[in-house]
Design a protein around this ligand. Structure first.
Ligand code: NDP
Length: 612
């Protein structure tokens, strides 16, 4: 047995490897991703939008536009903003929710924050003259920023809110996309952009008896403030005297637990797998720092962050957060000094990092038995790294009980209780912090069929695997652009940086098509092949890593027959992806697209179009 030291951290790689596999095996299930159930049928009420005011009647629309964007989340919003800069073309946005924001519209649970620094996460701060109030902004502040962006770019007038697309079909004769909605709209669009989101489908665990529960139950992305009282800031007065079950201990759970514990009589946390939680170190924005910022500061900061994550040299780590720390200690590699008995240096660094997080639990949680149950035994990137300054501390409260199911999960729900093994826990309310269907294709996230040239359905086109150019264009689907999907595109914890760059790229392509009176553009199959080869050339093989991981959405809950969430991306880094797109607009546009021009018409001669 070899022990490696890093400061005060001692690890035994062999023992940890065995322990990690043992913990994984406890959690592997034959039903994999099928253990989760969608909010449909008898569970449809879970998906209802709790934030809507009274409905506003509007007549079904029949119109033609240049660009139709499905989704008013961060992707649709940024694409619309970039289009506003790039073209005078007409625009229509269709959004299911009652406002812009996507994830930030739906998720309003108390304690919600983004754990990517607000100065690089909240997009277009300089354009809006906005400075976030804290290093890690609340969900509410980000949601308000999304609304401010929509107002700033005049998008409300061009948007159908509370409207869901039900079908999109390419019409070759008119060279338009025909789009229908659940409000009877029939829209024709020259260009269709799908920004249907990565976290749009909340999921429930298929726990036996879930329908039997007679108390109040809801998913964190549909927070029931009518019942809990209070607001995203907490003070959930409706929970006074109530016993609350919190099911799940992922990114969402660790944020809402502290607020639940402050208001409820008792919170019982049902844990299947312990989360790996580092500190976050939030702080208010320093006004002197903010007032000294020079024009262009936000882009510089975003690029600085992404450079570090891509392993590029930087003079200074401007963001200096836990993400950049993880990347420099783990991905920068080696875990530093120490003898080597053949253990991969990255793995060694991971063991040490996780040991550090386990020690932190001992330091923060008073009861050693509770601390032991909260310790995660898997590699850090088997799940999304988490950061909180309050989660672990909450277990020191007398009204918070941890029920560790040792990997099994909750066994059953009855009319009144949550059951684990032989123990019954009567509760008034169940909060499901059980996540989303992550990594689903854009048509599935949107919940409608996308039918391209020759009647090909996108789901059929991708039946044997996704094929795209840059994660944006698909052969057989003229004038279609996918925005904000990481599949075949760049990975970055700073999602908005990726989407902003991709939106800028798509907006420039659309603007060029409109300017040059291009009727249709369709990517060639050869270009999809070329992109597959380019992705393969930089692919990092993490198959064994994910096979050995504890189950999560990142490894399809342990199923190894499909590529992992990260496996289907371009691995060279976000800035490399941006370089590829920039270069492609200069040299690839005409090479890789089948381009058909239309007879030139002046703008006022184009029939039936709205101008904005
Ligand atoms: P997750 O998928 O991360 O967590 C779901 C939780 O539910 C897990 O702890 C899971 O256990 C548990 N669970 C599932 N089934 C059962 C069961 N039968 N019994 C008991 N527990 C069960 O969902 P989240 O909503 O927490 O996060 C989803 C994603 O949303 C994140 O990965 C992140 O991308 C994003 N997010 C980002 C935030 C940020 O920026 N701060 C905040 C919140 C979310 P197990 O681990 O065993 O599967």
């Amino acid at each position: 047995m070899t022990k490696f030291g890093a400061g005060k951290m001692n690890v035994d790689p062999e023992a940890l490897h065995k322990k990690y596999l043992l913990e994984r095996d406890k959690r592997l299930r034959s039903d994999g991703t099928a253990q989760y159930i969608d909010m449909v049928g008898e569970l449809a009420a879970y998906a209802a939008d709790p934030y809507l005011g009274p409905d506003v009647d509007r007549a079904p629309a029949t119109e033609q536009v240049d660009v139709l964007i499905v989704g008013g989340g961060v992707s649709g919003l940024l694409l619309a903003a970039r289009l506003r800069h790039a073209t005078n073309g007409t625009l229509r946005i269709i959004e299911k929710g009652g406002d812009f924001g996507g994830t930030w519209y739906w998720n309003r649970y108390p304690g919600l924050r983004c754990d990517v620094e607000s100065y690089i996460y909240m997009p277009l701060l300089e354009e809006l003259g906005n400075i976030p109030t804290e290093k890690y902004a609340t969900g509410q502040e980000i949601f308000f920023h999304c609304r401010a962006l929509a107002s700033h770019f005049g998008l409300y007038a061009d948007t159908f809110l509370r409207t869901a697309v039900t079908a999109a079909r390419w019409n070759a004769d008119s060279a338009r996309w025909l789009v229908e909605t659940n409000r009877g709209d029939r829209l024709e669009a020259k260009f269709l952009c799908l920004g249907t989101g990565g976290l749009s489908l909340p999921k429930l665990p298929g726990i036996k008896g879930i329908l039997d529960f007679k108390g109040r139950a809801f998913h964190t992305s549909r927070w029931d403030y009518d019942y809990t009282g209070g607001s995203p800031r907490g003070d959930l007065v409706g929970l006074r005297g109530k016993r609350v079950a919190l099911i799940g201990t992922g990114a969402t759970s660790i944020q809402c637990l502290p607020a639940l514990a402050e208001s409820a009589q008792e919170v019982i946390v049902f844990q299947r797998t312990p989360p790996a939680v580092d500190f976050r170190n939030n702080k208010p924005t320093d006004p002197d720092w903010a007032s000294a910022l020079q024009p262009g500061w936000q882009k510089d900061r975003m690029v600085n962050f992404s450079s570090i994550l891509q392993g590029l040299p930087v003079e200074e780590n401007l963001v200096a957060d836990r993400w950049t720390d993880i990347w420099t200690t783990l991905a920068g590699m080696g875990g530093g000094e120490g003898e080597d008995d053949g253990t991969d240096p990255m793995q060694l660094a991971d063991y040490k990092k996780m040991e550090e997080l386990r020690s932190r639990i001992d330091a923060v949680v008073d009861d050693p038995r509770v601390a032991e149950r909260l310790k995660p035994y898997y590699n850090l990137f088997c799940k999304r790294p988490l950061f909180s300054d309050e989660f672990l501390q909450t277990f020191n409260r007398s009204n918070v009980t941890l029920i560790d199911t040792d990997g099994r999960g909750v066994d059953r729900i009855t009319e009144t209780s949550v059951i684990v093994g032989a123990d019954e826990y009567p509760v008034d309310c169940i909060v499901f912090a059980t996540g989303f269907r992550v990594g689903v294709p854009c048509y599935e996230a949107g919940g409608f069929r996308v039918v391209g040239r020759d009647g090909i359905d996108l789901s059929n086109r991708w039946a044997d695997g996704v094929r795209t150019l840059h994660g944006i264009h698909v052969h057989g689907f003229p004038n279609l652009f996918i925005v904000g999907s990481r599949t075949h595109a760049a990975l970055s914890p700073n999602f908005t940086h990726f989407v902003d760059e991709q939106s800028d790229h798509i907006a420039q392509i659309v603007a060029r098509c409109l300017d040059e009176h291009i009727r249709t553009v369709e990517v060639l199959e050869a270009a999809e092949d070329m992109w597959a080869q380019m992705m393969a050339a930089v692919a990092v093989d993490r198959a064994t890593f994910y096979e050995e991981c504890t189950p999560s959405y990142l490894n399809n809950e342990g199923a190894t027959d499909r590529p992992s969430y990260f496996g289907a991306a371009y691995h060279a880094g976000l800035l490399a992806y941006v370089d590829v797109c920039n270069e492609w607009r200069k040299t690839g546009f005409e090479r890789d697209l089948d381009i058909v021009h239309e007879p030139q018409l002046s703008l006022h001669e184009r029939p039936g179009e709205l101008r904005c």
